[in-house]
Design a protein around this ligand. Structure first.
Ligand code: ADE
Ligand code: ZN
Length: 335
């Protein structure tokens, strides 16, 4: 089964590039950029990776981002992750980035987007991993700040496919960001949002009805509301589920209690993702492996999850078809 997963062609649709920051690179960049991290060593930093909840994690995650200064830093962060994709048979990835966690420290938008975009371009050429970018607004900040960020992004519109909404969910409902999402959609960005990770099912409703999202990131709490499940199904909106993240942030107590199987059984389109792999104890394949074990998923389930990942990507139809055909051939040979 592990072999089957490791070689399964797949896409990753929920991944924060700042969440791929490995401690070794973080300390190297801190030294290079002369920034003091509040940890004396890699070991001390890793000890802090024991989270009570989303906010506790975010406090540590934003400290990590503080050492990203130059275009090359964003390039290295992104390229390192894309190399990991190639080794896990991840054919395609949709990368979220949080411009506000950098522009708020004086880093130019251009520096961020150029570093990330160049790494994506180079990785596609040299290792064949395709990618696109999702610019995420930090929901603990105001909508005004998000509008400022949207404006900063417009000269680089061709590099960005979608907009997202992340950070502290509780008390920061999607309704707070209606105007900026409407404007972003008019500008051609595809809307997605984190909803129902720690927040209630009402936030998922708001993301669908008010932000008009095409994908829900997480969405675990949808299970509490049968009407919502029907609406998500009827509108063909996928959920990007992140098992090891949910475990690390205590959204679930045990993987055996993870709602993924119930969501699948209710007919929802679900994908498996790593969210912030450097912090949550595993890359994408480990997420597949652990959730397979915990929920006793079959090869057919895993094939369907990988199929969903391509089908619900924002790739053009030709490229989707190419990856889906490759997956089909793989499954027929290895089922
Ligand atoms: N930013 C990075 N990871 C996140 C998560 N799991 N939820 C909300 N915001 C995030
Ligand atoms: Zn996330």
């Amino acid at each position: 089964m592990i072999n089957f997963i490791n070689n399964l062609p797949k896409a990753e649709l929920h991944l924060h590039i700042e969440g791929t920051f490995e401690p070794e690179l973080m300390f190297n960049l801190a030294t290079k950029n002369n920034i003091k991290l509040p940890y004396q060593s890699i070991e001390e930093l890793k000890k802090a990776y024991n989270f009570d909840n989303l906010q506790h994690f975010l406090d540590i995650y934003y400290k990590g981002t503080s050492v990203l200064i130059e275009e090359q830093d964003f390039y290295d962060l992104t390229y390192n992750y894309l190399k990991k994709c190639a080794s896990q048979q991840i054919r395609h990835v949709e990368i979220m980035f949080d411009p506000q966690s950098h522009t708020s420290r004086g880093v130019n938008f251009e520096t961020i987007i150029n570093g990330i975009s160049k790494a994506c371009l180079d990785a596609e050429r040299s290792i064949g991993v395709t990618s696109l970018l999702i610019m995420s607004f930090l929901r603990h900040l105001s909508e005004e700040e998000a509008i400022k960020t949207l404006k900063q992004s417009l000269p680089f519109k061709k590099n960005i496919k979608a907009v997202g909404l992340d950070s502290s969910e509780k008390n920061n409902p999607p309704s707070k960001f209606q105007h900026v999402f409407l404007e972003a959609t008019k500008q051609g960005y595809i809307p997605v949002a984190h909803a129902g990770e720690e927040g209630p099912s009402e936030y998922i409703w708001e993301a669908i009805e008010l932000l008009k999202v095409k994908r829900i990131d997480h969405g675990n709490n949808a299970l509490n509301d049968l009407d919502l499940i029907d609406t998500i199904k009827n509108r063909n909106i996928p959920l990007t589920i992140c098992p090891l993240s949910n475990l690390a942030l205590k959204v679930v107590d045990k993987l055996e209690e993870h709602p993924l199987k119930k969501l699948l059984d209710s007919g929802l389109e679900v994908t498996i993702n790593s969210d912030d792999p450097a912090y949550f104890g595993g890359q994408l394949n480990k997420n597949y492996i652990e959730i397979q074990k915990a929920l006793n998923l079959t090869k057919f389930d895993l094939y369907n999850l990988a199929k969903n990942s391509f089908q619900h990507s924002f790739l053009n139809d030709d490229k989707k078809e190419q990856y889906l055909t490759e997956l089909e051939v793989y499954y027929n040979k290895n089922k």
